[in-house]
Design a protein around this ligand. Structure first.
Ligand SMILES: *[C@@H]1O[C@H](CO)[C@@H](O)[C@H](O)[C@H]1NC(C)=O
Ligand SMILES: *[C@@H]1O[C@H](CO)[C@@H](O)[C@H](O)[C@H]1NC(C)=O
Ligand SMILES: *[C@@H]1O[C@H](CO)[C@@H](O)[C@H](O)[C@H]1NC(C)=O
Ligand SMILES: *[C@@H]1O[C@H](CO)[C@@H](O)[C@H](O)[C@H]1NC(C)=O
Length: 493
């Protein structure tokens, strides 16, 4: 059984409470090459990847602070985010760079350990509050809406020590953290994203926190983060929404998986892959039945039983906790270690013909975006969708024509989804504002619209060609050809 993966970096934050306002008549009138009038453009960063100031004024340690120090060799060039782009100090300059792009919103994340040094609510760091207050005020003063991610992989280390996202009580601590953020910033922040919702490092030994228990720890993490999102979402609903009138969403990371052939088993394998890679994360939140996809529950249950577990390794949402095996237990096929891959049973490949990027996991395959959006539209009752990250990595050249070409293709695919398929994509954010610390790849992969000189203590920023291009797209609300935008750019083609 074969399926393949059209891999690209996009994450979807499907905002809850979809409002159906688009009539089909309005769609007919729209020019197919332009973005709808209410469509919003933005640009994204995350705290650990850009801020630096890792031990500034009362900040606690996150898992990334801890592990980059403890196991430096696990990170490209033994690098870390201690200084990164130094946005902790240079935020005013960064807001000006955001302003220069002409975007409507800036998506950044708050470092949990900068607000709550050990993750718990008893000790609020004033300097952390001051920093994000200043950043939010600076954005609003320049007419840019803040879109705030509460958690982007930088868990406070103390919370990791008590099990991290395998510990169900983290959902309660996250709710406390969310309450603090709504209370201090909710008067001005109207777009909240609870979590960047994936679980790196729970089923692998590559990313912090290196738990490496595939088929167990990553299912627990998925479960507890869904509970955490639900708590923060309902907290807003019950206590803040009527006054603050904002929206709360979650990021679902998605790759598109296409069947490798028209054979039934390949088509089924591809759909199974989507259910494991998207449905597992999205169903509990967006699906009417509010549970994991049936095929995932059945497969993990069946494989767990074959392996001799008395209950499924995939947690269930509501008691009573039904045992998967009531009689005695027949163990089969125990030679192979427990893992999500074993539960899924698919083989993946990327087509060699897809253009490469600066990251070996990322190839350019834009039709996947449209298909993924359609899949989500059909599966989750046509929700409002925001694409919170989409970007291309290279070696950092400022004449970044390949990045522009990448965005042209993906935005075209997005326009098709909006106009042909009537998917309710409301906003798009480019990843990323700046070249930054790209997790375990360190500073070797550059996604920025602005170049950052990491050898320079001042971390000088320089606009790449894509800045002027993106700015033109936003101004004209359509995909401009690079050749149109300036003679300076034209000369380089
Ligand atoms: C992670 O788990 C795999 C599969 O069992 C194993 O081969 C690998 O050695 C583990 N890594 C570490 C660092 O223990
Ligand atoms: C799981 O096992 C049940 C009972 O043996 C079987 O009917 C079902 O088809 C299996 N489902 C999957 C997805 O393997
Ligand atoms: C890796 O480290 C070397 C030696 O310090 C340095 O010259 C190079 O720029 C670094 N590369 C990256 C991508 O950080
Ligand atoms: C980066 O900064 C260093 C140190 O200030 C400087 O020597 C180097 O020329 C700069 N590189 C670029 C590409 O500007």
């Amino acid at each position: 059984m074969i399926s393949f993966k059209c891999q690209y970096v996009f994450t979807l934050a499907c905002l809850l409470l979809p409002v159906c306002v688009l009539s089909s008549k309005k769609t007919e009138l729209l020019n197919k090459n332009t973005f709808p009038e209410d469509f919003l453009f933005g640009v994204s960063t995350s705290a650990y990847q850009t801020e630096g100031g890792y031990n500034a004024n009362g900040k606690g340690q996150s898992i990334w602070d801890y592990y980059t120090k403890k196991y430096p060799k696990k990170f490209h060039n033994s690098s870390n985010g201690n200084v990164a782009c130094d946005s902790f100090k240079k935020f005013k300059e960064d807001v000006q760079l955001v302003k220069n792009l002409g975007v409507h919103f800036y998506r950044f994340s708050i470092a949990w350990s900068r607000i709550l040094p050990d993750g718990f609510s008893h000790n609020v760091n004033k300097d952390g509050l001051r920093y994000y207050n200043d950043l939010i005020n600076e954005l609003l003063a320049k007419g840019i809406q803040p879109m705030v991610t509460m958690y982007h992989y930088d868990l406070p280390m103390t919370l990791q020590e008590i099990g991290g996202w395998t510990n169900p009580y983290l959902a309660y601590y996250f709710e406390d953290y969310a309450r603090i953020l709504y209370s201090y910033f909710g008067d001005r922040v109207k777009h909240w994203i609870t979590l960047n919702g994936a679980c790196p490092g729970y089923g692998d030994d590559v990313n912090p926190p290196f738990l490496n228990h595939s088929g167990i720890a990553n299912y627990l993490c998925i479960h507890v983060t869904r509970l955490a999102h639900a708590k923060a979402y309902h907290l807003y609903d019950n206590e803040f929404r009527s006054l603050q009138k904002g929206k709360v969403g979650i990021v679902i990371e998605g790759n598109w998986y296409e069947a490798g052939s028209f054979a039934v088993e390949d088509i089924e394998a591809a759909e199974r892959m989507r259910e494991f890679k998207i449905g597992l994360y999205a169903n509990p939140i967006f699906y009417v039945e509010g549970d994991y996809p049936l095929t995932v529950r059945q497969r993990v249950g069946n494989v767990s039983r074959q392996e001799g577990y008395l209950q499924s390794r995939l947690p269930i949402f509501s008691p009573p906790r039904s045992r998967i095996c009531t009689g005695y237990n027949v163990k089969e096929d125990t030679s192979e270690r427990t893992s999500v891959e074993k539960d899924m049973r698919v083989r993946l490949y990327q087509d060699d013909e897809w253009p490469k990027s600066g990251s070996n996991w990322l190839r350019v395959e834009p039709t996947g975006l449209r298909k993924a959006l359609r899949w989500i539209r059909d599966k989750y009752e046509d929700p409002d969708i925001i694409i919170t990250e989409n970007g291309f990595s290279d070696k950092g050249e400022t004449n970044d024509i390949n990045r522009i070409k990448y965005y042209q293709k993906y935005l075209s695919s997005l326009l098709e989804a909006i106009h042909e398929d009537e998917v309710k994509v409301k906003a798009f954010a480019a990843w990323s504002l700046l070249d930054n610390f790209e997790w375990i790849s360190g500073y070797s992969e550059k996604f920025g619209l602005y170049h950052v000189n990491f050898s320079d203590p001042k971390r000088k920023r320089t606009a790449k060609k894509s800045v002027e291009w993106y700015k033109n797209v936003i101004t004209h609300r359509r995909i401009v050809d690079i050749k149109e935008i300036s003679s300076r750019l034209k000369g380089d083609l």
